[in-house]
Design a protein around this ligand. Structure first.
Ligand code: SF4
Length: 181
């Protein structure tokens, strides 16, 4: 059986006999994008869809993200899936703060993005009220294909991000808006 394996595209650069030159930003971005370590913060049904995304049929391992971390200190992609109550908000924020830079946040499903159908006194109406979010995945629940699409979008972000972005005044100002130092 022939297997059609498509290798990752090399970053833009200068190529010649015996050499390839590119920028540090692009090499670091390529490495980060293909070795994301997700921390699944799953509280309800969207978490089940994520489990399907991890299983053999959709196989998130193809994107270098098979190593889930349940410790914030060894994760760089926070995936929030499910209803987040206001009582749970400070815990989610603590998990975010414990993750080292650089880190990205993926909000999966209507509940995490906007509270979903739970427009009630006890449910947080979107996690971006307490932590910054990089990519939103709509749906109730989103299909595993949508989760993969969200991961690909995060990979695009990581590939194109300057390694100096996290030290920039704009990034610090954004964190300050959330009261995060
Ligand atoms: S978005 Fe829908 S499937 Fe996902 S946690 Fe909320 S109610 Fe469940």
């Amino acid at each position: 059986m022939s297997v059609d394996i498509k290798p990752e595209h090399q970053p833009e650069g200068l190529e010649g006999a015996g050499f390839f030159a590119t920028s540090l930003d692009k090499v670091v971005g390529l490495a980060r994008a293909n070795s994301l370590w997700p921390l699944p913060f799953a509280t309800s049904c969207c978490g089940i869809e994520f489990m399907a995304t991890m299983a053999s049929h959709y196989d998130l391992a193809r994107f270098g993200s098979e190593r889930l971390s349940f410790s914030p200190r060894q994760a760089d992609l926070l995936m929030v899936m499910g209803t987040i109550s206001k009582k749970m908000g400070p815990i989610l924020r603590q998990v975010y703060e414990q993750m080292a830079e650089p880190k990205w946040v993926l909000s999966m499903g209507a509940c995490a993005c906007s509270g979903g159908i739970f427009d009630s006194y006890s449910v947080l109406q979107g996690i971006d009220r307490i932590i910054p979010v990089d990519v939103y995945i709509p749906g109730c629940p989103p299909r595993p294909e949508q989760v993969l699409d969200g991961i690909l979008k995060i990979q695009e972000l990581t590939k194109s991000e300057s390694i100096r972005r996290r030290d920039s005044p704009e990034y610090k100002a954004m964190l300050e808006q959330y009261g995060i130092e």
